[in-house]
Design a binder for this molecule. Structure first.
Ligand code: FE2
Length: 419
């Protein structure tokens, strides 16, 4: 085992971040009542109590179990209950059954969090660490940040599913007019994509070249007002705009508008984390599937951008503005009327790109091998970040991915086309 590489690894900074991110996870539960933390309102969601435990299990399983020989587990059954999908780490409970985990109690889960957290800090203090441990802790911190976003997605779904439509926050974004829609044009050429620098997930590498044809891309995502035009044009009833699987989903799920939308007396409302309220036409449309984004683009006689076009725009447009992140405590995208290029627009943006390995990608050994690589099938890439993504968790090369029918994530899209 190599000693710490003190020149590259800033241990006090890492421990401070570890503590801050772990505290942030707990802080997200403050507006919840105890019973809220057991709800699993849809198969794609998980109880908040499970998120609290699973993010802890990640540190226990992949760091303490391997590197701290004196470590004693609080409860060996946690391996079964709080492993998500790491087949090489042993058996695990079916996702849909996470709502049955009445025991351990919330108190025990919180004790588990503290126990593991202290042992990770001890591991550093005893100087038993290595570059490998350092990297795994960085991965664990980023993993926990991803779960913070998942927790907020799941809370929104859980609260919406209840007739009480409970608000999670009192804060609402300020009103503003959306920037005028304009398109940035790009010349064809061979460009470099991906990253090898600083922390990144394996799916963002290796760095490689890709040729792009001439293209144009919108300065901002599609707004609610623009999307309502599609609905009012009976877009959900016209199969010519829909992919075959999308059309099947529209009919089987009886989709007529985005998730969390409702219509009364010709007025559109949506459930946000603060209220059930009339829709703001200027905000980016959010909580829509790939199928809906794609159908809208076809209705406009345009298309979605590829993930490469998105990354090229991020890299080459210098005068950009970012929307709000989780730290704004709004949990809803804000509107910016600066008429600049929106880089991170407050919504994850669907791209035309299937989630597949980059050229030269090799599935890493160890737990990271199951982190991203095994999902490279039947999902689409989303770029950017959303209003519930932690601020320092975003980057130009980040590749998020969901199934084309998923829409409980904070997803929107922008238009693009060939030139
Ligand atoms: Fe996870």
């Amino acid at each position: 085992m190599k000693p710490y590489n003190q020149s590259n690894n800033n241990i006090p900074e890492l421990l401070e971040k570890f503590d801050r991110v772990r505290s942030q996870t707990v802080k997200l539960t403050e507006p919840l009542e105890r019973d809220d933390m057991m709800v699993q309102s849809a198969p794609e969601t998980s109880p908040i109590k499970w998120h609290l435990a699973h993010t802890t299990w990640f540190f226990e399983k992949f760091i303490l179990e391997k590197y701290d020989k004196s470590y004693v587990k609080l409860d060996k059954t946690f391996d079964y209950l709080f492993n998500s999908y790491y087949e090489t780490a042993g058996n695990h409970i079916e996702k849909i059954n996470r709502k049955t985990i009445a025991k351990p109690s919330l108190e025990t889960v919180m004790k588990y969090r503290e126990y593991v957290q202290n042992r990770i800090v001890d591991l550093f203090d005893k100087n038993k660490g290595s570059d490998e441990i350092y990297k795994l802790i960085v991965t664990g911190i980023n993993h926990e940040q991803q779960h913070q976003e998942l927790m907020l997605m799941d809370i929104k779904m859980n609260f919406f599913s209840s007739p009480y439509k409970t608000p999670y926050t009192d804060l609402e974004p300020d009103k503003a007019k959306a920037s005028d829609l304009k398109f940035y044009e790009f010349n064809s050429g061979l460009r470099e994509f991906g990253t090898s620098k600083s922390f990144h997930f394996d799916n963002e590498s290796p760095v490689h070249k890709q040729y792009l044809n001439n293209f144009k891309i919108a300065n901002r995502p599609v707004t609610n007002g623009e999307y309502i035009e599609f609905i009012e044009d009976r877009g959900y009833s016209k199969p010519q705009y829909w992919l075959s699987d999308g059309w099947d989903t529209v009919r089987s799920e009886n989709w007529k508008m985005p998730l969390y939308w409702e219509k009364y007396n010709d007025i559109y409302y949506y459930y946000t984390m603060s209220s059930l309220r009339e829709i703001d036409l200027n905000e980016p449309v959010v909580n829509i599937s790939y199928y809906e984004a794609d159908a809208f683009a076809r209705w406009k006689n345009m298309r979605l951008p590829t993930e490469y076009e998105m990354e090229a725009a991020y890299n080459e447009i210098n005068d950009y503005v970012d929307s709000n992140s989780m730290e704004s405590n709004l949990y809803h995208p804000t509107v910016n009327n600066l008429n600049k290029f929106y880089r991170f627009s407050g919504v994850w943006e669907w791209t035309l790109s299937p989630y597949a390995p980059y050229p030269g990608y090799k599935t890493p050994e160890g737990p990271v091998g199951e982190y991203n690589g095994k999902f490279m099938s039947s999902q689409m890439v989303l770029r950017g970040s959303s209003c519930i993504t932690p601020e320092n968790h975003s980057r130009n090369t980040y590749r998020n991915f969901f199934h084309p029918y998923d829409r409980w994530q904070f997803s929107g899209f922008r238009l693009a086309d060939d030139l």
